[in-house]
Design a protein around this ligand. Structure first.
Ligand code: FUB
Ligand code: ZN
Length: 632
């Protein structure tokens, strides 16, 4: 039983075949994946289980998670791109895991090699369950991609071990992870193994969280620690301040939070739990109506990589960890399956094209951990943020392999379906073959999206069949038209989707046209950081001003409300990518010398601005950048 309204389409049945995402996926496969394997090897991550005392590269307590995300990325990539060398690399790691697994099923390099006899003593801080979850996701993906069982069996045994240790039954510990992730992973594992104990364990971890007496208190006392000295102060940091059904706002560490919410939605779907789903919805609304950046980033505070409070969305200080935007995509994707409503897909799209993809350089070699919405290079260095340029790798390298696995599985985010309806959540040149109304059907999308709003969908059922094709009408679009076989049609709007139900025949052609003018966006008046400012957006793409095109002192640029803005590819520093240009004003700096302050009234001079897509910033060296421009 499941309350899901729609289900994802397996990766092997859907393929991105060109356009925007294909270019990024190719770089991910050809450059990023091999590089990440090298980093995992060079830093000792891949050999952590073979580490010996006194040797360099002592395992860190969540190194497995990096290797596991790399495995997952490799697996997704293998689905459409067989690569024996890559497969052999995964097999080698899988063998090491199989050999390293304890007789009782336990598997964690840090606790096996560095801190023996201390297993499960600090769930709050030590990431054992988090690493287990990531390994489970990797194992499921690799099994689906290759049919090989070694890794899946290892992780299934590990899950069985965890289920013997934790649960509501007498004699088991009533613990749950300080860093969530295993909840959503166990639901995936359950899908792969069919073992209901795996689903029950996921539900237990979700439902036990935040209950009293508090497990993290008891566990700390058992270690001889004083719970009140917990360095994060209170348990909202780990979303364990209340049972999850009573939570109303998104709190604490934002990656943990959205992994949990994705896990809650997964469990709610599988167990038909309306109350749990209602909690997911409330939290979703809190995030997307009050705590999310315009680029889809979340977790605005670098103090704890966390959510702070409603409307607190600083730009230069934005933390907006890449992993957090990715976790929001996971949450959105699960909400969509329960309730195909375009508000989830809109956010998914916003994050993907902006605050997620900004995390990786165009060449696929360097990564952002935090994704500021404004950069003033000396500033970031002085305030403890990470660098204003992308880095090759990090000591805490959660983001790069997270990007790799998401990009490699992006084809899985385009559609969901029921037996006789298919929802198109994302647009992109692609091909999907599935069964609708018991008929094999291929849908082929051809488009230059997100640079152009025309999307052609060719429908090819094996024989005429009646089913629904639902096309998302993005929230950013104010004018959408659809033709079927050349005739304009008015599909009913079903939760933000244009639902086209009819008998479809081979060769039917849908043309969706989404008007994509340049738009000035303003933020809610309570977002103090953006008051009096506008951001430029075209289609799903957020734009920004960079020093490379506009010189310094970008905060001083003023965009008059009547300035005509044009989008065009000519003159673009990035081939085929539209830039936005138009007239603006700024103060005449030539009239300033040594004063720091003086009576107001500096004459304004005319200037021309050039805005580039936000996700492309910092691909041309270090410099200033802003997204919110003066101009109301
Ligand atoms: O703690 C594991 C990962 O490292 C988190 O998800 C990231 O925020 C980073 O702290
Ligand atoms: Zn990260």
């Amino acid at each position: 039983m499941t309350m899901s309204t729609s289900r994802p389409i397996p990766l092997e049945s859907t393929r991105i075949t060109g356009g925007f995402w294909q270019a990024r996926i190719d770089v991910n496969r050809d450059v990023t994946l091999p590089l990440q394997h090298r980093h995992c090897k060079d830093t000792g991550r891949l050999d952590a289980f073979a580490w010996e005392d006194g040797k360099p590269n002592q395992p860190h307590h969540f190194w497995e998670s990096d290797c596991a995300k790399w495995i997952e990325a490799a697996a997704y990539s293998l689905v459409h791109n067989p690569d024996p060398e890559l497969e052999a690399q995964v097999d080698a790691y899988a063998e090491l895991l199989a050999e390293s697994q304890c007789a009782d099923g336990y598997l964690n390099s840090f606790y096996q090699r560095v801190r023996p006899n201390k297993r499960w003593t600090n769930l709050r801080d030590m990431h054992e369950l988090y690493c287990a979850g990531h390994l489970m996701e990797g194992a499921v993906a690799y099994h689906e991609a290759t049919g090989k069982r070694t890794l899946l069996d290892v992780l299934s045994r590990y899950a069985d071990h965890i289920a013997r240790m934790f649960g509501p039954e007498e004699g088991k510990r009533r613990g749950y992870p300080g860093h969530e992730e295993i909840e959503l992973a166990l639901v995936k594992l359950y899908h792969a193994t069919g073992n209901v104990k795996h689903l029950a364990l996921a539900a237990f971890f979700v439902n036990e969280r935040g209950t009293q007496p508090h497990y993290f208190d008891d566990e700390a006392k058992a270690r001889g620690d004083e719970p009140r000295t917990y360095h994060h102060g209170n348990y909202d940091y780990t979303q364990a301040h209340l049972p999850v059904r009573r939570q109303k706002t998104a709190e604490g560490h934002s990656v943990r939070a959205c992994y949990l919410y994705a896990g809650m939605a997964s469990v709610a779907a599988e167990t038909e739990d309306e109350e749990l789903f209602a909690a997911c919805r409330r939290i979703w609304d809190n995030i997307t109506q009050r705590r999310m950046y315009i680029h889809g980033g979340i977790g605005s505070s670098r103090f704890g990589e966390r959510f702070s409070f409603d409307y607190d969305l600083p730009n230069e200080d934005a933390y907006a960890e890449t992993c957090a935007a990715i976790a929001l995509v996971f949450f959105a994707h699960r909400m969509l399956q329960i309730e195909p409503d375009s508000r989830y897909a809109d956010v998914m799209e916003r994050a993907l094209y902006n605050g997620v993809i900004s995390g990786v350089s165009l060449d696929g070699k360097r990564f952002f951990y935090d994704n500021f919405l404004a950069s003033h290079p000396p500033y970031q260095r002085f305030n403890g943020q990470k660098s204003p340029e992308r880095q090759e790798w990090f000591g805490c390298a959660c983001c790069p392999p997270n990007l790799a696995r998401l990009l490699a599985s992006l084809n899985g985010y385009l559609y969901t379906q029921t037996d006789d309806a298919i929802w198109t959540h994302l647009y992109g040149t692609s091909e999907v073959t599935t069964k609708l109304a018991n008929t094999p059907v291929t849908l082929t999308q051809t488009t230059d999206y997100p640079w152009d709003g025309d999307v052609v969908v060719e429908v090819a059922p094996e024989r005429p069949a009646t089913f629904t094709i639902a096309l998302r009408k993005p929230a950013w679009c104010h004018e959408a038209t659809v033709t079927v076989k050349g005739e304009t049609v008015e599909g009913p709007d079903e939760s933000g989707y244009i639902a086209l139900r009819r008998e479809w025949q081979q060769g039917d052609r849908i043309v969706l046209t989404l008007a994509m003018p340049v738009e000035r966006i303003e933020a809610h008046p309570s977002v103090r950081h953006d008051a009096g400012r506008v951001a430029l957006q075209r289609g799903p793409i957020l734009y920004c001003l960079e020093e490379a095109d506009n010189g310094k002192d970008l905060y001083d640029v003023l965009l008059p409300t009547d300035a005509e803005l044009t989008a065009a590819t000519s003159g673009s520093p990035f081939e085929g990518v539209p830039i936005i240009t138009g007239p603006a004003k700024r103060r005449d700096t030539a009239t300033w010398s040594d004063q720091l302050y003086r009576p107001a009234g500096t004459p304004l001079v005319e200037t021309e601005i050039t805005a580039i897509p936000y996700f492309l910033w910092a691909n041309r060296g270090i410099g200033e950048m802003i997204t919110w421009i003066q101009g109301r």
